[in-house]
Design a protein around this ligand. Structure first.
Ligand SMILES: [Zn+2]
Ligand SMILES: [Zn+2]
Length: 378
């Protein structure tokens, strides 16, 4: 990344919090990196959210930081000499709170148009009638499954939920779509059902949380589809089309095709571009290969754990993950990872379920071939 840095306007801290940096790509296109503070600490810390202002012919912003960061982001833009009036719209890379949390505040002060995938528009609304039993009926659909306790959400989330329900969104469809001349979006689901990557000409790609340096983005569970099936039909009827590790791998394979087509492509991720006092350049093809390999290894490790006797997701997570990663809410994240991998292992025939909530190895080891056989999707 270093060679594309034109100016560091604000230095920020060791993790890049509140840094303001101007990049200039070989074509002359200027992009501002505007990383806003994140909330999630502990051993699953992602670092700040890298929002980007792309100063194309029709300039636009990608992402808005977490809840409470909207105004701060406007201030950071100001320090870079960007006024909201210069921008055509803000695009949301996906509906995780560290990316769209600041959106309502941002829109209120700037009146920017909002663009996001069509599923985002559906999942940010409240459907008290359709919330599954036991779920929080006045949460947006994308938050129904949230495991956080009331002490957390009553303090951090209610304002966020309220404003999302009112938000006006211009919907972006599946596949490839032109956002402006030479600027294309791709629907690359899996980390979230509504993930978009944005290709800037033939020289850079904004990948949200689909590909990150240092850390492997967590995949959704395919089972999450059932929770929202009612509200996303008739457009989406197949769980594996938008949720789960398989879809995530298919999305990675689309990025691999892009990497092969444009070997020099510059990658702009939503976290960890700068971390621990250094820049993390991402080579798209190599990083996608590493991530694919990571999931193959994790499948192998989980299969090994399940070969001795049937285990629940929690038991498997305890056997697989480092103790530190299991502290507090980490145990839920870890169980989520195990389930999404077991869903793929079930599809490959290597694992089956038993006694309702336990997984067990079948004795087959076809997962690697199965992963290799998955084709790119967008
Ligand atoms: Zn995310
Ligand atoms: Zn994120």
């Amino acid at each position: 990344m270093l060679k594309y840095i034109k100016e560091i306007i604000n230095k920020g801290d060791d993790s890049g919090n509140e840094m303001v940096v101007k990049f200039q790509l070989p074509s002359g296109l200027e992009i501002y990196g505007l990383p806003t503070k994140n909330f999630y600490g502990g051993h699953w810390d992602l670092g700040p959210t890298w929002n980007y202002a792309v100063m194309a012919d029709k300039p636009f912003l990608v992402d808005s930081g977490r809840f409470g960061q909207g105004k701060n982001l406007v201030g950071m833009m100001k320090s870079a000499g960007i006024s909201a009036k210069d921008l055509e719209f803000v695009l949301i890379s996906h509906g995780h709170e560290d990316h769209d949390g600041g959106l309502a505040e941002l829109v209120e002060s700037t009146h920017l148009r909002v663009k996001a995938h069509a599923l985002y528009d559906l999942l940010i609304r409240q459907y008290p009638e359709d919330a599954p039993p036991g779920y929080r009926e006045n949460f947006p659909a994308k938050c129904w499954h949230c495991p956080m306790p009331e002490t957390f959400w009553s303090k951090n989330c209610l304002g966020y939920h309220r404003v999302l329900n009112e938000l006006k969104v211009e919907k972006i469809g599946d596949g490839e779509n032109f956002l402006a001349d030479n600027i294309r979006s791709y629907h690359l689901a899996g980390h979230s059902p509504d993930c978009l990557a944005v290709l800037l000409g033939d020289e850079a790609i904004i990948v949200g949380d689909i590909v990150l340096p240092d850390i492997s983005p967590w995949p959704t569970r395919q089972a999450s589809f059932a929770e929202v099936a009612e509200i996303i039909k008739p457009g989406y009827t197949e769980p594996e089309a938008i949720f789960g590790l398989q879809r995530y791998i298919k999305s990675l394979k689309k990025l691999k095709e892009i990497a092969i087509q444009y070997p020099e492509i510059i990658v702009l991720p939503a976290h960890r571009l700068y971390h621990d006092n250094h820049w993390n350049g991402v080579h798209l093809d190599s990083r996608v290969n590493e991530l694919l390999e990571h999931h193959i290894e994790r499948c192998a490790a989980i299969l090994e754990i399940l070969s001795s006797r049937p285990k629940t997701a929690e038991e498997t997570a305890q056997a697989h993950f480092d103790e530190k990663l299991l502290e507090g809410f980490g145990s839920l994240m870890a169980a989520n990872e195990v389930i999404s991998h077991c869903e793929l292992l079930i599809a490959s025939g290597d694992v089956t379920t038993i006694e309702g909530n336990k997984f067990v190895a079948t004795g087959k080891t076809d997962f690697k071939n199965y992963i290799e056989s998955l084709r790119s999707e967008y």
